[in-house]
Ligand binder design. Structure first.
Ligand code: NIG
Ligand code: FE
Length: 391
């Protein structure tokens, strides 16, 4: 007796569309494709399409405050870097995040995560990085870990420490030393799985980034990097050299940078929603294809450069702004996104994978994006259980 069977459904299984199959689920996993199995619950899948639960491998979901005025300033022609240099940007959110207590931060973030779940996200990475001081970074990481525990029936949360910015009145060398000491305490308390650094012209330089990543690696953390977003700072080359799990943004990454990512197995994470909000143009997708790089897509949800917390929308932006095919966009928010957070049991509906499933009204893959205005999602399954059911 299976726990659940989805009957006669079109589904995306192992990077292929299968039509009219039965998916049997047991113990939270995809357990059978046989016809006529018995199960405690049956979902009639005719007219529906089953996708792996969506994975968002890059978010900044935990923060306080509101930067809508920066959006308005950009609409009048201001640039992201100029707003940041004038004390807006990340540092404005740092101020707002420092002033609230853990409970407020928890509540604000939880509401956002519910929104993501409703749009089909079943796994989400969340970064710290709006605290900067040890006290404030720990507050963020503790909130992320609390959400991870409290929401574990509905979503898997992957915590990341992010070295995000340097306060203008801080001594840079001292601050990097502080971060290195912070990492030791973060390790002692097991507060994160990944360490990420924003390496760019307005944040950490190459030497600072390398020092932080080297220490993080020594302590056993997995690595990510905000790489080559505003300018090509050879960050993707460093990500490859450090064997980072992912290198994210890559708007300005060089051909050499992409080649080295391929060589090291570092997953490129594209963030088209950010390019959309900052009116930037696409990275070198055709060269990524030439190299057969398996790229992922993240929402980069944050209060400044991307206010989208939907992988359905991020995938659509990949198609429209980065010229991805429908299948590339689906792979980027499922199977390749799993690789970007170093997971082997999600992002795919083959036998043995976790039964995190999004079932939407439609017969083909493309209808998921094409019908963007319509609430096509009918069921969301997490750990093999139905957690959302819509009309
Ligand atoms: O990934 N690039 C750096 N960090 C974020 C933006 C954060 C912010 O503006 O608050 C990003 O786009
Ligand atoms: Fe980011």
């Amino acid at each position: 007796m299976y726990d659940l069977v989805i009957k006669n459904v079109n589904a995306y299984v192992g990077r292929r569309v299968e039509e009219g199959i039965d998916i049997g689920i047991s113990d939270g996993k995809v357990a059978s494709f046989s016809k006529n199995i018995k199960a405690r619950r049956i979902i009639e899948g005719e007219g529906l399409f089953a996708l792996p639960g969506l994975i968002d491998p890059h978010t900044h979901t935990v923060f306080a405050g509101n930067r809508s005025h920066e959006f308005a300033l950009r609409a009048e022609g201001a640039r992201y870097e100029d707003i940041a240099r004038a004390g807006g940007g990340i540092l404005a959110t740092v101020k707002a995040t420092r002033t609230v207590g853990k409970e407020v931060l928890y509540y604000l973030s939880k509401q956002r995560i519910y929104t993501a779940i409703e749009q089909g996200t079943t796994t989400m990475e969340i970064k710290s990085g709006y605290g900067l001081t040890q006290e404030a970074e720990f507050k963020m990481l503790e909130v992320i870990n609390l959400l991870k525990t409290d929401m574990s029936d509905e979503i898997d949360i992957v915590p990341t420490f992010l070295a995000h910015a340097i306060d203008s009145d801080t001594d840079r060398v001292k601050y990097v030393n502080d971060i290195i000491r912070m990492l030791e305490k973060i390790k002692e308390k097991s507060l994160c799985e990944f360490v990420d650094v924003f390496m760019d012209v307005i944040a950490f330089n190459k030497d600072e980034t390398e020092r932080i990543l080297t220490k993080a690696k020594e302590l056993g953390f997995k690595l990510k990097l905000h790489a080559d977003e505003i300018e090509d700072t050879s960050a993707s080359i460093l990500a490859a050299k450090m064997k980072a799990v992912s290198a994210d943004h890559l708007l300005k990454a060089s051909k050499q940078g992409l080649e080295e990512l391929k060589e090291s197995g570092t997953v490129p994470v594209l963030l088209p929603a950010t390019a959309f909000f900052l009116k930037e143009s696409a990275p070198d997708i055709s060269y990524m294809r030439r190299l057969a790089l398996d790229f992922a897509i993240g929402s980069d949800f944050n209060p400044g450069s991307s206010f989208i917390l939907s992988q359905r929308w991020a995938g659509l932006m990949g198609i429209q702004l980065y010229n991805l095919t429908v299948q590339e966009a689906i792979d980027a928010i499922t199977v390749n996104a799993a690789k970007a957070i170093d997971r082997e049991d999600i992002g795919n509906l083959e036998l043995g994978f976790k039964a995190d499933v999004v079932i939407f009204k439609g017969n083909s893959l493309e209808e998921f994006f094409y019908n963007i205005s319509f609430p096509v999602i009918k069921y969301i399954l997490k750990h093999g259980r139905v957690i959302r059911e819509y009309k």
